[in-house]
Design a protein around this ligand. Sequence first.
Ligand code: SF4
Length: 186
Amino acid sequence: MLAELLLKWPLIRQLKSGADGTGVESMSEATHALRPKSDGADVTRSICPYCGVGCGQLVYHRDGKIVSIEGDPESPISRGHLCPKGAASYQLVTHEGRATRVKYRAPYSREWTEIPLDRAMRMVARRMWETRERTFTESLDGKPVMQCTGMAHLGGATLDNEENYLIKKLFTGGLGMVCISNQARI
Ligand code: SF4
């Protein structure tokens, strides 16, 4: 009984094994019993959405919920590493402080109010169309240009290829906008 108790003491285990005290010999039973939260979860390979570097990620999920996002050791770009932003991307979809409601501050107001998403989308669409009508240029110095320089669009790195394709089609082809860029390009 006493011997059993003594063997639970890391110092005794270290002396007994001759190890230097930096390995398993110094772990308590509670530490030994700890399992990673991704243990037994399914994993899907993905790409960090935050910037143009495109580091590889392993997204662990269980019962339809993400449990952890880690760097992908097989990514030739990042070899398992993620910067602090990429390492925190788990919170992109899970953090309780995420803004999930549209907030609107009317001109000259000091207060933000919550408005429904469909109303916000209609307001954005109306203002875009008014700006387009007001600033669209058909010709310049006698030459046709058919362009709208009154608006610009800066996309975020979380936009995927398909979304960027649609943005370019709608804003350039549909509205004539020429100032379109994306943060992922830098
Ligand atoms: S934000 Fe960081 S982890 Fe994500 S792709 Fe860029 S460098 Fe990689």
